[in-house]
Design a protein. Structure first.
Length: 283
């Protein structure tokens, strides 16, 4: 029985891994097609079309694209400002592509940071994200309360000289849980969010409320609990003088007593991880 459960869990994680890799492949393909004059709306549409051609029919949320100072959420006050605009891309301008497709019932939620041409500031921010990935994993394995880990991430950003831009997200989240979604031919969405995924998140919220935990990893009291087993889409987001950089990927949390198995990143073969490795090799 234990062996069968283990095999089923491995297959489930592989499903999430394939969904995440598909989303990152989309981000890299669209990033390679970006050129001066392309707007955020066009970049978001390119992501939707690329994924739909490969079988995606449902979403946690539809793709976003942010260009220039919008990568740092400059002036963002209301949720509608997150949606793609007519902002055109210019040479040297940073961009972020963010998408959350559901592929074969498995949810991915990724963030890809890039730049149209050389931009040393963008490169520096991207490099400085690496220590956040290590910090988050280490403290989750220590079973620190999510709220405290959030505060440690923010303190590290301040020491680096950056602003915490994930505070601009709804509820200021650093991460949120992701789950499987029942497969359907097509799922409607409301204000850019898939109704099936929203139902799942609401169910998690209700279940968590009864159990004393939240599916949202925030700086608020309701996140003052140790990491809950499950899959978390984690997205630390740095901002500095109108430039924003982030990654978003799945962190797996289990109830194992083995530190290395108690928490681990779903996949280390991702664009931002490869860029850090290549940078160390070059140095």
């Amino acid at each position: 029985m234990a062996s069968r459960v283990k095999d089923e869990r491995a297959l489930e994680l592989e499903g999430f891994r394939q969904a995440q890799r598909l989303a990152y492949a989309c981000a890299e393909a669209v990033a390679a097609r970006l050129q001066p004059g392309v707007t955020e709306r066009e970049a978001a549409r390119m992501q939707r079309e690329w994924l739909r051609e490969r079988g995606v029919r449902d979403w946690l949320h539809l793709p976003f694209a942010w260009f220039g100072d919008r990568t740092a959420f400059t002036g963002f006050k209301v949720p509608l400002q997150f949606f793609p605009t007519g902002r055109p891309l210019e040479p040297g301008m940073p961009f972020i592509l963010d998408m959350a497709p559901v592929y074969k019932g498995f949810t991915a939620d990724i963030g890809y940071s890039g730049c149209l041409g050389p931009n040393p500031l963008h490169d520096r921010l991207l490099a400085d994200l690496e220590v956040h990935r290590g910090l988050i994993l280490r403290e989750v394995r220590e079973r620190r309360p999510l709220r405290e880990i959030y505060e440690d991430v923010e303190r590290l950003m301040v020491r680096q000289g950056y602003a915490n831009r994930h505070r601009a997200y709804p509820f200021g989240v650093l991460a949120h849980k992701v789950d499987r979604v029942a497969e359907r031919g097509w799922s409607p969405h409301v204000f850019g969010f898939g109704t099936q995924s929203l139902k799942g998140l609401l169910s998690d919220a209700m279940h968590g409320h009864r159990g004393g935990w939240s599916p949202l990893w925030s700086p608020y009291r309701f996140s003052g609990h140790p990491p809950q087993p499950g899959l978390w889409a984690v997205e630390p987001h740095l901002g500095f003088r109108g430039t924003g950089v982030k990654f978003e990927e799945i962190l797996v949390v289990t109830d194992s007593r083995d530190p290395e198995q108690s928490a681990f990143w779903l996949d280390d073969d991702l664009p931002h991880v490869r860029s850090w490795t290549e940078e160390r090799v070059a140095a």
